[in-house]
Design a protein around this ligand. Structure first.
Ligand code: FAD
Length: 368
């Protein structure tokens, strides 16, 4: 097994207790996607903890930075403020109708209790800025489905607020960009496709292009972060304000274990292995495994192409397994849980690029 730069990975088992540490934190967070950054911000602000986020690749944001950034957060306060009424019972009915035997009452209740709270709190500290999506649940015909309100999108984020750190936010997928790195917000796509259709669209396109030129000269990339990129940008701003230490090019390798308890982690940095103590705990937020050929073979129905970044090789999953955690060998319905259809656009006879689209079961009538 190799990492995203072709270096051999350690076995992701564990190593024994060490007396001398190179660094000490209260909490170590492995991975800098939305999961890791949210955990880091929460530990630093709510728990007043000293936090390290250690990221394997050269860029922060993981798959989250590539994503559409649409979050399914039923019972969120924005839905109610916008007149989309809902109840936990209806959401529970929807989940039960979709999940069948996989439905777990405790997990569903935990999610429904805490998702709205998380949404409100992150907004209150400026770590997110959500917009309610006026679109239905994916399975709009299922019992308990809502017509709108349960999903929120991320408002665009001005990456210039991060200064030069914006260069270390993972670039969006090419399919979402114009001129290389100018992120096009799906909400404004119509302006780009018909810039002369109205004064408003013309002015939007001209302003965006002028800003992009200035951004490119100063930062080397577009700084109007949209969708999942905007989510990452805001979380990074909150993390830095909360004195969270962010380290990139720093793959977490092995837990350090004392009496069956994880007390630290080894991290590779510039060819050295650092031993880092975690006084209170470690959060494994290293994302998925689609970039691991072996895990993809074991768990995915097809392995033609994946949109996730190269660092997502299931490192956390392997460590979890080594520490006694388990994953079901065969998911009852892998196509629903792991994949989405992705046509390619032929750019020339020899080349085609995958184009991400969400045509799947979201029932929007004839359009999608
Ligand atoms: C194109 C696309 C669009 C999507 N759109 C949506 C959407 O609209 N809504 C939605 O809900 N979901 C969407 N998803 C799925 C969603 O993006 C992911 O489920 C989510 O971002 C995962 O977040 P995460 O924090 O768990 O992991 P990630 O964001 O992947 O972050 C994990 C990080 O951990 C790092 N890492 C891995 N191993 C190590 C290690 N050993 N040491 C240190 N760091 C490590 C990785 O490099 C990575 O940066 C989309 C996915 C894709 C690919």
């Amino acid at each position: 097994m190799h990492d995203c730069y072709g270096r051999p990975l350690l076995n992701h088992g564990s190593c024994t207790i060490i007396d001398v540490y190179d660094h000490e934190y209260d909490v170590i967070v492995v991975g800098s996607g939305a999961g890791g950054l949210t955990a880091a911000v929460t530990a630093a602000i709510q728990g007043n903890q000293k936090v390290l986020v250690t990221e394997k690749t050269a860029l922060y944001g993981g798959t989250t930075a590539f994503s559409g950034g649409a979050l399914w957060l039923p019972m969120n306060h924005l839905a109610f403020e916008n007149g989309y009424l809902d109840t936990c019972e209806r959401v529970g009915t929807y989940l039960r109708s979709r999940l069948g035997d996989d439905y777990n009452q405790d997990k569903a209740s935990a999610y429904l209790d805490t998702a709205p709270e998380m949404c409100k709190w992150l907004e209150s500290i400026g770590a997110t800025q959500f917009i309610p999506l006026p679109a239905p649940d994916y399975y709009a015909d299922s019992d308990g489905a809502a017509k709108a309100g349960r999903t929120v999108l991320n408002a665009p984020y001005d990456g210039r607020r991060l200064g030069q750190l914006v260069k270390q936010v993972r670039y969006p997928l090419q399919g979402y960009c114009a001129f290389g790195t100018m992120h096009v917000d799906v909400m404004y796509q119509a302006y780009w496709t018909r810039p002369l259709a109205s004064c408003r669209s013309f002015s939007y396109v001209v302003r965006s292009m002028l800003r992009y030129v200035a951004d490119f000269l100063w930062y080397g990339k577009g700084t109007n972060l949209c969708n999942g990129n905007a989510l990452v940008g805001r979380l990074i701003e909150s993390a830095t304000k909360a004195d969270v230490t962010l380290r990139r090019n720093s793959p977490a390798m092995q837990p350090i274990v004392d009496n069956d308890k994880i007390v630290g982690w080894t991290v590779q940095k510039q060819g050295k292995t650092l031993k880092i103590r975690a006084r209170k705990g470690v959060v494994l937020a290293s994302g998925g495994f689609a970039r691991s050929a072996k895990l993809a073979r074991d768990y995915l129905p097809t392995q033609d192409w994946t949109a996730v970044p190269r660092g997502n090789q299931g490192d956390g999953l392997r460590t979890g397994n080594a520490m006694g955690g388990v994953l079901p060998q065969h998911h009852p319905n892998p196509t629903e849980h792991y994949t989405l259809p992705c046509p390619s656009i032929a750019q020339s006879t020899a080349q085609s690029s995958p184009f991400l689209t969400f045509r799947i079961s979201r029932n929007l009538g004839s359009s999608s």
